[in-house]
Ligand binder design. Structure first.
Ligand SMILES: C[S@@+](CC[C@H](N)C(=O)[O-])C[C@H]1O[C@@H](n2cnc3c(N)ncnc32)[C@H](O)[C@@H]1O
Length: 291
């Protein structure tokens, strides 16, 4: 795992500013998968769901999601609330924000005969909303624990939840997908992974198929704020527990998309299209097509 962590780092990696407490580090370590940045990727998590009686599975899912840095935030006012209430509130916040993304960003692009791919679906809040408007959603994530939670919290007949290997979309056939969307994922991928997935997107999309993808772009303020990755062994081990954030210059994102064989992307601030209450509101949206 350590070798994977070292290999997966890229020059611009920054880690989330908010350092995890010791208890959080232990929870992340216990639930970690075997590949880099695979929070809730531990193979015992799906087994635990199987062994847990149905009526406790939802609560188990919310507790597990809280052990990953991906999904639940820590707001100061939570300090005075009971844990159960905090988990409920954070889940509700995620559901509401993904509803806004579906209605305000994705819905104009969805048709009832489409098969769409939700890349990096996490707990499936967006997949569940989108599933109302299309024939089929393939919702895919590297984390088997996140997928197990998604099945419990957001299962639906026309959603297929899949675990991928973290590098490819090998479960998907060539030219089988009408539209790919992805929110809050690309910012956690190294350049090498992002580049590889762009090529996979092109392979699985039908001719004329589109991609709608949220990205974190680098601006002057962000550049100043970005910290140099700590190259010491300790720094690298520390990064195991923390979420990688990659802010990319827009010219580089355009170059990578063109290099993968797509049309020139349109780039728009999320806030122009959507009033989502989430940190993605201050970031950008790319739209491009397979010609
Ligand atoms: C911040 S969460 C976003 C979840 C969901 N897209 C949403 O907006 O609610 C990022 C997700 O990307 C997934 N992810 C990270 N790297 C991935 C990879 N290489 N392949 C597939 N999923 C990945 C993580 O496991 C996590 O569930």
């Amino acid at each position: 795992m350590v070798r994977q962590v070292l290999k997966g780092r890229c020059a611009r990696d920054t880690l989330t500013l908010d350092p995890p407490s010791l208890a959080e580090k232990l929870a992340r370590l216990a639930t970690f998968g075997f590949s880099e940045q695979n929070f809730l990727g531990a193979p015992w998590i799906p087994l635990l769901f199987k062994l847990t009686p149905g009526r406790y599975r939802r609560r188990l899912a919310l507790n597990l999601l809280a052990a990953s840095p991906h999904y639940f935030k820590r707001y100061p006012h939570y300090a005075s609330m009971a844990r159960r209430q905090v988990l409920k509130e954070e889940h509700r916040r995620n559901v509401v924000s993904r509803r806004a993304i579906c209605e305000q960003i994705l819905q104009p692009h969805l048709r009832s005969d489409m098969t769409v791919l939700d890349f990096g679906c996490g707990p499936g809040n967006l997949a569940r909303r989108v599933a109302r408007h299309v024939e089929r959603v393939i919702a895919l994530d590297v984390s088997c624990g996140a997928i197990a939670c998604a099945k419990v919290l957001n299962g639906a007949e026309n959603i297929a939840y899949l675990v991928n290997d973290g590098r490819t979309l090998s479960a998907l056939e060539d030219s089988s997908i009408d539209l790919i969307y992805s929110f809050a994922v690309v910012q956690h991928l190294s350049d090498e992974l992002f580049d590889g997935f762009l090529r996979e997107f092109r392979r699985v999309l039908k001719p004329g198929g589109g991609v709608i993808c949220h990205v974190a772009l680098e601006d002057a303020a962000r550049q100043a704020e970005s910290q140099q990755a700590d190259a010491s062994i300790r720094g690298r081990l520390e990064s195991t527990f923390r979420l990688r954030m990659v802010y990319r210059p827009v010219a580089e994102v355009r170059r990578m998309i063109a290099g993968a064989g797509f049309s020139r992307p349109t780039v728009r601030p999320v806030s122009e299209i959507c009033d989502v209450q989430d940190d993605i509101a201050s970031q950008h949206l790319l739209a491009f097509h397979r010609s």
